[in-house]
Design a protein around this ligand. Sequence first.
Ligand code: B16
Ligand code: MG
Length: 230
Amino acid sequence: MNKKGFIFDLDGVIVDTAKYHFLAWKKLANSIGIDFSEVQNEQLKGVSRVRSLEKILEWGSTSLSQDEFMRLMGLKNDNYLSYINTMDDSEILPDVTETLNFLVEKQQGIALGSASRNARSILTKVNLLDKFQSVVDGNDVSKAKPDPEVFLIGAKLLNIEPENCIVFEDSVAGIQAANTAGMISIGIGENSVLHEADYVFKDFTKMSKTFITDIISGKIEKQSKKSINQ
Ligand code: B16
Ligand code: MG
């Protein structure tokens, strides 16, 4: 039997919490007189909470004491959690559940590889926690994406070699992390943003079961570059 390890990012891949991060960071930034665009927001996707605030402060040429930095991170997370608390399984992105069920049926390894410290509670909220054999989140890593640590730990927990792992990611930093880990990188989103990925799909509705079956069989490999797409 061919067994691969499928590692899913959370925010922007399984659920659209990316929009809640954006709203919460924007509110926080605006409260200290800094504004940033949706284009700049792409740089916050997939990176840790600490690094996100550091970047926002850089954009605003602002520096803070350590205490104030921690206080603002807390404020952002409280605001973010007020959105998360209202979530249920209706917020799972299209065809994600079907893809997970297909992989379970094919007895593939399934892991979560997220930078979020809120990952487990989000998976619980949307009722998907039991689909994952391993969950690696922001509490388990010391280095944020684009460092490959989160995905390498995921592969290890699945007991599958990195070259037999596939990463689904919506962020530039996450695609770079997957590539550095030597895994097949599949971008979920826009080709123009995620052009470093081996393959890009707008969402899971555009990814055929044949594509997944071909990955499992080894017919589709890393860097065969975008023959099947969008
Ligand atoms: P938290 P992912 C990432 O999750 C988000 O994309 C990123 O925007 C966020 O800063 C990071 O989680 C940390 O999240 O504040 O909840 O710990 O995309 O890696 O699933
Ligand atoms: Mg993401």
